[in-house]
Design a protein. Structure first.
Ligand SMILES: *Cc1c(COP(=O)(O)O)cnc(C)c1O
Length: 422
């Protein structure tokens, strides 16, 4: 996480000390590095420079408008999974013509909205969905560009909650079925075959599953070409490229490209990538204040003002996040403790770390939960009636509050007491 570094014992995001940000905006606070995020996009783009390519940021990883805008300005397309995400891309100034729309449960209003926007492609996940898209397109007198999301049936060796390319997964159309569905698509009015898509899972830390999946898809691509000559424009190899949270050694963009390029080069198709975590994961941290240090006969607990409602990854995926002191302790304070770092929520799953070796901390000090730029704020909730944190974007010395902290009063704004209870 090169964007987050100590200078004179103070943890900074780019040129800005995190302590100063908390003084101004409070804690807990999400802090993002624009330089890191855009840099990751550029690295991936450069790695694939020998191919016709479009990098579509998976908006679900971090859908803050400023993050979307920064990536749009650098030429990114977007992979979206709801009408709400499409709307965000449009609001942030992204180009809908560079948007793919994925997901197993697209609703009719969402499909209609996407068609009217003129998106690049619907990534279709089932035959009934294909028929629905075709019917809506015919009614609107449009042609919907489609790709089938094909499930290649491989195991990416990642957490089972983020594995999507195995036979038993709810995602995509089984490889064996795909050609028949493409055939059906050809005869349906209202749709136009444009691509082939796959996405096998998330936080994949070796190139082998990608290579295996791509190789399994190549015969299908040839068959679709024979079926619909001239129609196929792209092969979308999905997202899922892993990042370093702890000791993982995920492939760099260059290593990844080198591994897959031999199978893609000869196709003469545009290659789409859908990275989420790779672009934003190590571009963000969650800064939190220590409320109490609690000692029980069995354990020590560091209780922070951030909780699982702010960052649910440890509770949901048992994921590891490095936790660093915002001010590096010196001298005798460097003593280490073993503690659970936990939030105030009334759930045993509300932790950021268990049995973690940390430098001693005291009430009022700040900790940074690292690698929190992906699947952090987007999964935040109001559980326990806790307002969601603020988000700040940094670029060099520049600081922007890109989403203010929710206020407790706002949490009940949309609720009404039932008439018979009044
Ligand atoms: C979640 C998702 C992605 C992004 O996954 P990352 O692991 O964050 O890169 C890409 N494509 C699809 C279809 C997804 O569901």
């Amino acid at each position: 996480m090169e964007a987050f570094r100590y200078r004179a014992d103070e943890l900074h995001c780019e040129q800005v000390p995190l302590q100063r940000l908390v003084n101004r905006y409070g804690a807990p606070l999400y802090v993002y590095s624009q330089t890191h995020i855009v840099g990751q996009l550029q690295q991936l783009d450069a790695a694939f420079c020998r191919l016709d390519r479009l990098i579509c940021f998976a908006v679900k990883a971090n859908s803050n408008l400023s993050v979307i805008r920064a990536l749009a300005r650098s030429g990114a397309g977007f992979d979206t999974v709801s009408g709400g995400e499409l709307r965000r891309v449009v609001e942030a100034g992204g180009d809908p013509r560079l948007c793919a729309f994925a997901g197993v449960g697209k609703t009719s209003p969402e499909i209609e909205y996407a068609l009217r926007l003129g998106i690049y492609c619907f990534n279709v996940e089932s035959e009934p969905e294909l028929e629905m898209i075709a019917a809506i397109a015919r009614r609107l007198r449009r042609r919907a560009p489609i790709a089938l999301r094909v499930n290649p049936g491989i195991d990416p060796h990642t957490h089972r909650y983020v594995s999507t390319g195995k036979h038993e997964s709810k995602f995509g159309i089984p490889l064996e079925r795909a050609l028949a569905v493409y055939r059906a698509a050809r005869t349906l009015g209202g749709v136009e075959i444009r691509g082939v898509q796959m996405h096998i899972g998330s936080q994949i830390t070796s190139t082998a599953p990608f290579v295996l999946a791509i190789r399994k898809m190549l015969p299908l691509i040839a068959q679709v070409r024979a079926l619909a000559p001239g129609a196929l424009q792209f092969f979308d190899i999905g997202g899922g490229l892993g990042i370093r949270y702890r000791r993982e050694r995920p492939p760099t963009a260059a290593v990844f490209a080198r591994a897959v390029e031999p199978y893609l080069r000869g196709l003469g198709l545009r290659i789409l990538l859908e990275p989420g975590r790779f672009l934003v994961g190590n571009g963000g941290v969650l800064v939190t204040r220590v409320l109490y240090v609690k000692r029980t006969p069995a354990k020590q607990f560091v209780i922070t003002d951030a909780a699982m409602n702010d960052l649910i990854r440890p509770a949901l995926y048992d994921s590891y996040h490095e936790i660093l002191p915002v001010r590096k302790p010196r001298g005798p304070r460097r003593r280490m403790i073993t503690a659970d770092v936990v939030g105030p929520i009334c759930e045993s799953g509300d932790f950021f770390a268990q049995g973690r070796r940390l430098a001693t901390v005291a009430t009022g000090e700040l900790l940074a939960v690292m690698s929190a730029g992906a699947y952090g704020m987007v999964m935040a909730s109001n559980y326990n009636s806790r307002p969601r944190p603020a988000e700040v974007l940094i670029s060099g010395r520049h600081v922007a509050l890109v989403r203010p902290r929710e206020k407790v009063e706002e949490l009940t704004d949309c609720e009404k007491i039932a008439a018979w209870l009044r």
